[in-house]
Design a protein around this ligand. Structure first.
Ligand code: MOS
Length: 729
């Protein structure tokens, strides 16, 4: 094992920084026409009429698709509910920004110009714009976690235990609507050829996009090809096959020409999901030493009206297993509003949920007068008390200890406002992190050529996290070749299918498939060589294209020539097994934050950060560290900056641009120190790695909020933490 774990540069790094890497919108397709979306200006109601006459006469205009002339799609094949309007299949309007027409022209500018001349008349009906006003009409999710989990759970009697507890914390925490804002805009180029469809599409899931298109257009899946070699970020917004993908394909079909549809930054606020607002109440009951006796985590998140389907932010699931507590309950409720359908975003569930839980734990530490780390150790869960299963591997104690040491936690004085640096108030805050080890069915094909090079192919996609690089390391070690001899092909749905790159599952899903296919190739090489030498395959080794054994050495080229094969190739399939019944599999971590607060101006600056995590085996120390920096950066942004504002009167977002939707930039982020605990979780999967895309995001917002409390004495329970929240201390 030479390459797994090493801090190797990204395989595609050079192509990216030189501009050679092509993203979906950049492919040259002959005869390309340009499509532009027209969007609803009302939040609720229906279309009376769409006047396209003036737009149709404008220069270069080729086609205007409206609900009146749109191709009929086979929606029942792809959606459990009849989600029709965003595909231009009916005239109903359920949110502001919903697509109502597509204008296609010879140039982008002509299409944009004409889109502004499509006149839509509406009948408007009253809209629910702000979730908080409709909490009394909340509903139980019908399809929570795809029906795999219950939105509610209960063990013991948390209400009675809480009532009798000598130390109690009961608070409500809220998180805002947030938008992913990947740098690369959502884009599709669609072209039809002999009844088959090819799309270049920016997506975290080429398999899902292929399935959606095949279903909607009634095609055999093999007639659809989705290509996506690189992504400029997704963060969940490119996990689903959102309607613009299908509208591009529809326009191309209707026009009989290739069509490109690229969203604007503004349109990305209303076309591909967002993190829903949450209102969460956490109740913690403890004895005088801070040992938990009762935990309740209940709350609401917003979703769209039922016409668009359902999404429920699973904020309380981590509270089922984070601490040892005999009496615990969680519940999730939905509030329907006239906004688009929310979706997964950067540690969905855990990011807002752990913010609430870990803020409440900090409040409990104050109430019980126990150090925050000590409080967590007193409530450490040695098993998953929700499922009653042991953890596959959990090194959270090491995360607390190492993180605290690296951070200098022992220098913290407990009282709020007790630490200063000149005129600045200094605060130390910490929080726990956790994220599930998700894994799905995956396939990979590995080919060893006579020249000793290796080709790895999988219908996965590198969303910017290092999949090309890490998979080459797995294959290099398995076949004893230098990593430079391995080529990895991803991002093409004609390759062996792999799961969506979401839920931090790519390494744990695809990694074992590459590992297995690699082992199958090696074993076949050994069998061929063993037959030749009449020896035991187990006695052979493979290194740098040479098979060695007790009877001598032979190059792979020689062996393949002798066997008259051009290469040795195997395809492997791997999936979760019985371990899911016997173990609870999660990653864990500890976040440490120092803030400096200007007591006169209320400005909060994060000045130091330490994050220590257990994600099982680390496959590449460099890409892993990049993941950690990225997640923590987004966590700091969640704490202090990110929020989409909804205008209560119209249901419109008022800051749908990146000048007013604030995201953390370099100037907001201190030097981030990280540590990955040495571990190998071979119960979770054969590679021992759990994936860490989302883990470092979790707990970061709570660590900031807890540090702000320590610095100022002001507990902010409504994200993001703003100057005015701190100044009113
Ligand atoms: Mo991630 S929010 O599961 O793409």
């Amino acid at each position: 094992m030479a390459f797994i774990g090493a801090p190797l540069d990204r395989k595609e790094g050079r192509a990216k920084v030189t501009g050679a890497a092509k993203y979906a919108a950049e492919f040259d397709v002959e005869g390309l026409a340009h499509a532009v979306l027209v969007q609803s200006t009302i939040a609720s109601g229906s279309i009376i009429s769409i006047d396209t006459a003036a737009a149709a006469r404008m220069p270069g205009v080729l086609l205007i698709v409206t609900p009146d002339n749109a191709m009929r799609l086979q929606l029942k094949k792809v959606a459990p509910q009849a989600v029709t309007a965003p595909f231009l299949q009916d005239r109903s309007i359920v949110y502001q920004g919903q697509h109502v027409a597509v204008v296609v022209a010879e140039t982008l500018e002509q299409a944009q110009d004409a889109a502004g001349h499509v006149t839509v008349k509406y009948i408007e009906t009253p809209a629910r714009t702000v979730m908080d006003r409709h909490v009394s009409a909340a509903v139980v999710p019908k399809n929570f976690r795809g029906g795999q989990r219950s939105p509610d759970s209960l063990r013991g009697n948390p209400d009675a235990a809480f009532a009798a507890a000598p130390v109690q914390v009961a608070q409500t925490y809220t998180t805002p609507v947030e938008h992913h804002n990947p740098m690369e805009a959502h884009a599709t180029i669609a072209t039809w050829h002999n009844g088959g469809l090819t799309v270049w599409h920016t997506t975290q899931g080429i398999s899902g996009a292929k399935k959606m298109l095949a279903g909607l257009f009634g095609l055999e899946p093999d007639r659809v090809r989705v290509i996506c070699p690189h992504l400029g970020g997704g963060f969940g917004s490119k996990g689903n096959a959102w309607p613009p993908l299908s509208l591009a394909a529809m326009a191309a079909k209707m026009l009989g020409r290739p069509v490109k549809l690229e969203l604007t930054r503004q349109q990305m606020f209303t076309s591909n999901g967002y993190r829903p607002r949450t209102i969460q109440t956490v109740k913690l009951g403890a004895d005088r030493d801070g040992k938990l006796v009762a935990l309740r985590h209940d709350g609401f998140s917003q979703t769209s009206t039922a016409e668009l389907g359902e999404f429920c932010e699973p904020f309380a699931l981590a509270s089922e297993l984070m601490y040892s507590v005999p009496n615990a309950a969680v519940s999730h409720r939905l509030v329907e509003v006239n906004q688009g359908l929310p979706t997964y975003m950067r540690a969905p569930g855990e990011a807002p949920g752990i913010y609430a839980l870990e803020s409440a734990m900090d409040e409990l530490a104050v109430a019980a007068n126990v150090d925050p780390i000590e409080l967590r150790l007193r409530n450490y869960a040695d098993i998953d008390e929700h499922t009653k299963l042991p953890f596959s591997s959990k090194k959270l104690r090491e995360c607390y200890a190492t993180g605290a040491e690296m951070f200098g936690w022992s220098k913290r004085t407990a009282a709020p406002r007790s630490m200063r640096d000149g005129r600045f108030l200094v605060g130390y805050g910490m929080a726990s992190s956790t994220y599930p080890m998700n894994r799905s069915l995956a396939h990979a094909r590995v080919r060893l050529g006579a020249d000793g090079t290796v080709l790895v192919q999988a219908g996965s996609q590198d969303i910017g996290t290092g999949t090309y690089t890490v998979m080459s390391q797995v294959a290099a070690d398995g076949l004893g070749v230098d990593v430079s001899r391995v080529r990895v092909e991803l991002g093409d749905s004609s390759l062996p299918p792999s799961p969506v790159s979401g839920g931090s599952m790519t390494v744990a899903s695809l990694g074992p498939a590459v590992q297995k296919a690699t082992a199958m190739v090696r074993d076949r090489v050994f069998r061929l060589a063993a037959a030749h030498w009449a020896t035991d395959p187990a006695a052979l080794t493979l290194r740098d294209g040479i098979v060695s054994g007790p009877s001598g050495k032979m190059s792979v080229a020689e062996l393949m020539a002798r066997e008259q094969v051009p290469h040795v190739e195997e395809t492997a399939e791997t999936k979760p097994g019985d371990e899911t019944k016997h173990y609870s599999m999660h990653s864990f971590g500890a976040q440490f934050c120092e803030v400096r607060v200007d007591p006169d101006l209320g400005e909060v600056r994060v000045s130091r950060w330490v994050g220590a995590f257990d994600c099982g085996r680390v496959l590449n120390a460099k890409t892993a560290r990049s993941q950690l920096i990225g997640g923590i950066t987004f966590g700091i942004g969640m704490a202090l900056l990110e929020a989409t504002h909804v205008d209560a009167a119209t249901g419109r977002y008022t800051n749908q641009n990146v000048s007013e939707y604030l995201m953390a930039v370099n100037a907001d982020i201190p030097d981030i120190r990280t540590h990955l605990v040495a571990n190998e979780d071979l119960i979770s999967n054969s590679l021992g790695a759990r994936g860490l895309g989302e883990l470092p995001m979790v707990g970061a917002a709570a660590a900031v909020a807890n540090a702000v409390f320590h610095a100022t004495g002001k507990r902010v329970r409504d994200l993001p933490i703003r100057i005015e929240d701190v100044l009113t201390a």
